[in-house]
Write a protein that binds this ligand. Structure first.
Ligand SMILES: O=C(O)CCC(=O)C(=O)O
Ligand SMILES: [Fe+2]
Length: 327
């Protein structure tokens, strides 16, 4: 064996170089388990060039109203933005109990989640206090069954440019982290009443490519004899892509990210969705199912996995009213 090869063999393993420069500024709030750094300047600059590709409308399927951006985020920053968000955001592995046919069932959410935002009846003022959206008067925290978190600057920059592209407004940011192919989200639609009719949802992918499956809700045969089920649609979401779901998409279609095996199945994927909740029930639902009451996880670059810390989650109640999925 050559000298050089031996040197390489015995060299201590150093963690992979971080792909972003850190900034001194961070978003802080009493509800955060730790401060969340602002978006690196170079990422912010690149976000000035969105969408990286024009969105392609997909509306020739029954009741479907989508715009598919492949990609939306400039490729120069997708890898760095993925590393940054995985490293700097707090994540949760939410567990809750549902009652199904009179029997209690424990649910383990099969992915990491986190959420920021507050419904349209309120907003955060300059000092981070919750105030009434109409009057500007302080709202007592005890009004909520959870502790709402303002959207940190790093995600708020993306929210603002998404609003600019879509013409819609958003007050919530939900983040999913799929550690590997075993993490998933089962078929569902985001059609909760607190989003109002025909909600618009912008959904981003960073990191590993995963299939996004869509299928129409069952069509009653009597409704219209000629209506054909459009079948299943598969969008192979890649890093930087954005899917804008509008119109009847949530009321008439279901979507999922199924588990997968194979070459890329050990790579992590981040999903970010921007949504608009109209009433307080939305705030409580989102914190209950995306922060919960368990400990906070943080990415450990040395161990290359999410590690459980000691701080507690924000939701005060774990008595679930609606089941989402099983593992
Ligand atoms: O990860 C995705 O692309 C989809 C996530 C999703 O459907 C949701 O959070 O409601
Ligand atoms: Fe969804």
């Amino acid at each position: 064996m050559k000298r050089g090869a031996l040197d390489t063999f015995f060299k201590p393993i150093t963690p992979k170089k971080v792909k972003y420069e850190t900034t001194a500024n961070a978003s802080s709030h009493t509800s955060y388990p730790f401060p969340i750094p602002h978006l690196p300047i170079s990422f912010k600059e690149q976000l000035g060039f969105v969408p990286a590709e024009e969105g392609v409308p997909m509306n020739d399927f029954l009741d479907l109203d989508l715009v598919y951006y492949q990609p939306y985020i400039p490729p120069a920053i997708t890898a760095g933005l993925f590393e940054f968000l995985r490293q700097e955001l707090p994540f949760y592995r939410v567990q809750y109990t549902i009652t199904r046919f009179g029997k209690k069932t424990d649910i383990n959410t099969p992915r990491f989640t986190t959420v920021f935002g507050i419904d349209d009846t309120c907003r955060f003022d300059q000092s981070g206090d919750i105030v009434d959206a109409q009057t500007g008067k302080k709202v007592e925290a005890s009004k909520f069954k959870c502790e709402p978190r303002p959207i940190p600057q790093c995600l708020d920059e993306l929210r603002k440019i998404t609003e600019g592209t879509t013409g819609d407004t958003f007050n919530f940011c939900l983040v999913n982290y799929y550690a590997d192919g075993k993490d998933s989200i089962s078929y569902h639609s985001d059609n909760e009443r607190f989003l109002g009719p025909n909600p618009t949802i912008a959904s981003f992918t960073l990191g590993a490519k995963r299939d996004f499956l869509m299928k129409h809700k069952p069509i009653a045969p009597k409704e219209d004899e000629t209506t054909l089920d459009p079948g299943q649609i598969k969008l192979p979401l890649a890093s930087g892509d954005m899917v804008l779901m509008r119109g009847k998409t949530q009321s008439m279609w279901l979507h999922s990210i199924p588990k997968r095996a194979g070459v890329d199945a050990n790579k992590g994927r981040i999903n970010i969705t921007f949504r608009k909740a109209l009433v307080r029930g939305g705030t409580e639902n989102y914190y209950q199912y995306n922060v919960g009451t368990g400990g906070v996880y943080r990415w450990d670059a040395k161990q290359e996995k999410m590690v459980l810390g000691e701080k507690q989650g924000a939701a005060k109640s774990i008595e679930a009213v609606k089941g989402e999925e099983t593992t």
